[in-house]
Design a protein around this ligand. Structure first.
Ligand SMILES: Cc1cc2nc3c(=O)[nH]c(=O)nc-3n(C[C@H](O)[C@H](O)[C@H](O)COP(=O)(O)O)c2cc1C
Length: 325
């Protein structure tokens, strides 16, 4: 039995979000309302096994607050997948996931992400390489795949049964094709069909549904309608840092609390990354935090014009002193 099977139903997963959900943001999310499972940002197996490893390996930094945590890998080269899985297993991750859904051009040109949907034999070899890498580390970790309904067109009818035959412990389905990016509503009825197929095939693969779910309440609705085991939330966290709060009256966070979270985020980012990551990354988050009070737009513009953590922290002090929030 893997940890996936012992989770509550429906369990909630923070989506892998490249450039966003690093150890710092995952800890911030956990401090507001904790998901049941975390994913790392996707990490190139070729990059992890190259001289540039040090920068790539930042993706694999995590703390106990972010557990259980899955290391997500992308790539199609069995040798680097094997080596990356072996090392990740030794780093104490709770599972390894392979990305077979990313629509990014560079990833697809390398035959990874959603390109794997069109090359099932390569996908099967990739899964096997990861299983072998885990075995080489003398661990028994669950292996999972995160994918879409298809690459250019919906091939769920063939692709998903194929994946269910690969002995996966969990399968996350982002219910759109890669070509659709996130531009059309997620087809949750396809997630429901996948759950039925899993039951018909009598395999143990845990099914995680993904696409357009904003918070724990909506996840519960999806669970009741489509009988998924778990629900993954991605962009919902940008609208509400308390998206994973399951209480009957979920916390939304006052404008003041948003600013407190922002301050914690800036301080933790500086503490963890120092100058290793560019300050500009933090600006991605300011629209989440500086919101919903009179004059918020002007303050956000000023925050976006800052060039360092001390500068934005001083701005927050100034904002607090105004009594606007
Ligand atoms: C900024 C950003 C980065 C992402 N990075 C990854 C990633 O590293 N790995 C992955 O499997 N999916 C990635 N995704 C896709 C999300 O995990 C998720 O599947 C998608 O956003 C749909 O879920 P949502 O509608 O809840 O946002 C990313 C999405 C966004 C918006």
């Amino acid at each position: 039995m893997t940890f996936w099977q012992s989770l509550p139903k429906p369990f909630l997963v923070l989506a892998p979000l490249e450039g966003v959900a690093d150890t710092v943001f995952r800890r911030i999310v956990a401090s507001c309302a904790k998901p049941d499972v975390f994913f790392t940002e996707f990490t190139s197996a070729d990059g992890f096994c190259s001289p540039g490893k040090k920068a790539v390996a930042d993706n694999f930094v995590y703390t106990p607050e972010e557990k259980p945590i899955i290391a997500q890998i992308w790539g199609k080269n069995p040798e680097t997948l094997y080596n990356t899985a072996r090392e990740a297993a030794l780093m104490g991750f709770d599972g390894i996931d392979i990305n077979m859904g990313c629509p990014d051009r560079t990833v697809m040109l390398h035959g990874g992400g959603a390109a794997m949907i069109d090359t099932p034999a390569i996908a099967a070899a990739a899964i096997q390489a990861i299983k072998d890498g885990i075995k080489a580390a003398e661990k028994t970790l669950p292996v999972s795949v995160k994918t879409r309904l298809g690459n250019k067109k919906n091939v769920a009818d063939t692709w998903l049964p194929f994946l269910l035959e690969q002995g996966l412990d969990a399968l996350t389905i982002h219910a759109r094709t890669a070509k659709e990016l996130s531009k059309v509503p997620a087809r949750w009825e396809e997630v429901g069909k996948l759950v039925e197929l899993r039951d018909r095939m009598k395999v143990n693969t845990i099914i995680v549904g993904n696409g357009d779910v904003k918070d724990a309440k909506e996840a519960q609705e999806k669970y009741e309608m489509y009988r998924v085991d778990g629900v993954m939330i991605g962009r919902g966290i940008f609208q509400n840092p308390w998206a994973f709060d399951r209480s009957p009256l979920p916390h939304r966070g006052t404008p003041q609390e948003h600013l407190e979270v922002m301050e914690r985020h800036v301080r933790l980012f500086t503490e963890v990354w120092g100058n290793r990551k560019n300050y500009a990354i933090l600006k991605t988050f300011y629209k989440i935090y500086i919101n919903n009070f009179h004059g918020a737009t002007d303050w956000r513009v000023r925050a976006m014009a800052t060039n360092s953590a001390p500068e934005v922290l001083a701005l927050l002090e100034e904002l607090k002193a105004t009594n606007l929030v």
